[in-house]
Design a protein around this ligand. Structure first.
Ligand code: HEC
Ligand code: HEC
Length: 145
């Protein structure tokens, strides 16, 4: 075999192997960079969750997502803004609270009970408002109960 024929054969093999791997690793859903939400989430469910973020924090999509300067299209899969990574932790925290503290019994589980949401703390603001603490050395009011 001439050297260039070997090279072509090798190149063909590479293409085959790598596109093969790419096909296997392709997530089931259409979204590219989900680390907290299920990778096969439906576009409808994702839209509802993102809309909940907008309402809960009183912001627009671009509070967390970047826009391409040239095309003006949102690039939701990119992790450019710190707010997006903070939100991943906020999602984990909110899920943990519901799962660990609102698991009422085996029939009613945290998947159904959304007791705590972004709105519970944020009340339509990016940073929850700090209300002046009451003047007391007994923060949990044990004595008055
Ligand atoms: C408070 C922050 C926040 C807001 C506001 C927000 N998003 Fe997101 N969005 C996220 C985070 C965090 C993820 C990644 C979730 C994960 O890793 O599971 C995400 C993921 C996405 C994805 C999936 C991208 C991919 O391919 O991985 C889309 C699409 C999306 N958002 C669209 C929107 C739209 C449209 C809006 C406005 C209606 C919006 N988002 C508002 C934080 C936000
Ligand atoms: C238990 C209360 C609580 C819940 C629930 C909660 N957050 Fe937060 N969040 C906070 C507090 C408090 C801060 C401000 C922290 C600080 O002052 O640095 C914050 C800050 C943030 C920030 C940073 C804002 C900025 O401009 O720096 C983002 C983004 C955010 N939260 C998103 C969310 C999203 C999205 C959810 C729902 C998935 C959520 N949070 C649920 C309490 C909460």
């Amino acid at each position: 075999m001439k050297w260039y024929k070997k090279l072509i054969a090798l190149a063909a093999l590479f293409v085959f192997v790598f596109t093969g791997i790419a096909a296997i690793e392709e997530p089931a859903g259409e979204f590219k960079n989900l680390q907290v939400l299920p990778k096969n989430i439906t576009p409808d469910s994702l839209d509802r969750i993102m809309g909940g973020f907008n309402d809960g924090l009183g912001v627009n999509c671009t509070f967390c997502h970047t826009e391409n300067k040239n095309t003006k299209l949102m690039e939701a899969e990119k992790d450019t803004k710190p707010e997006k990574e903070i939100t991943r932790n906020m999602m984990r925290m909110t899920m943990d609270i519901n799962k660990n503290y609102f698991q009422f019994n085996e029939n009613v589980n945290a998947k159904e009970v959304q007791a705590v949401t972004c709105y519970t703390c944020h009340k339509g603001q990016p940073i929850p408002e700090k209300v002046k603490k009451p003047a007391t050395k007994d923060p949990f009011n044990f004595k008055s109960n």
